[in-house]
Design a protein around this ligand. Structure first.
Ligand code: GSH
Length: 201
């Protein structure tokens, strides 16, 4: 299997963390690929018409995307630990994944606004709206972290989202006023799967 990824992508990191945690990482060849809303990479677009990473290309050439589908696919191959639980715990895990991914969606849109959009076209109210979503999601996690399991797809998504905020948004100072999430992340970030996938770029 070939994973199209970028070292800074938090969605691609979700896939790598899950692959490490399930022991599937040896089966995945990682290929660095570019992705930008203003300049799609031909290699990525050949597999994912949306031009986004991550995309996982299977042995028969089939491409899977997005990170949620790839993570669930890899989890289905795992004969060891499973990160997508069965039963009622599943909906809790998937909803936390959606919350963390939604936080990331707002963070990515803010990042693109800050670095890609020409300065005269920037819209402060729009950026403020996205940052409001990031803060609201963090506030919800502040009340959720105490009841979370040690590891599932929701905790992986949250860990990768917080790692991305540290990489791109130190100005948001997300730990301030959120001691529970800060303590949870300090511990979660020490997992080997997290330490070997620290984002760069
Ligand atoms: N929902 C997607 C997922 O979970 O995989 C989001 C993927 C995504 O937005 N990836 C970014 C990207 O490819 C890189 S971190 N951006 C290029 C673009 O928006 O065209």
């Amino acid at each position: 299997m070939k994973l199209l990824y970028s070292p800074a992508s938090p969605y691609a990191r979700k896939v790598l963390v899950l692959a490490h945690e399930t022991g599937l990482i040896e089966r995945i060849a990682v290929t660095v690929a570019g992705a930008s809303p203003t300049g799609p990479s031909a290699e990525v677009a050949a597999h994912n018409p949306l031009g986004k990473i991550p995309a996982l290309v299977l042995e028969d050439g089939t491409a899977l995307y997005d990170s949620r589908v790839i993570c669930e696919y890899l989890d289905s191959l795992s004969s060891g630990p499973r990160l997508f639980p069965e039963g009622s715990a599943r909906w809790d895990a998937l909803t936390r994944q959606a919350l963390a991914d939604g936080l990331l969606d707002a963070a990515l849109l803010t990042r693109y606004e800050r670095v890609l959009r020409p300065e005269p076209q920037r819209w402060d109210a729009w950026e403020a709206g996205q940052v409001g979503k990031i803060r609201a999601a963090l506030d919800r996690f502040e009340s959720l972290v105490g009841g979370m399991p040690a590891l599932d797809i929701g905790t992986v998504a949250l860990g990768c989202a917080l790692g991305y905020l540290d990489l791109r948004f130190p100005d948001l100072a997300w730990r301030e006023g959120r001691p529970a999430v800060a303590a949870w992340y300090a511990d979660f970030a020490r997992r080997p799967s997290m330490e070997t996938t620290v984002p760069k770029g």
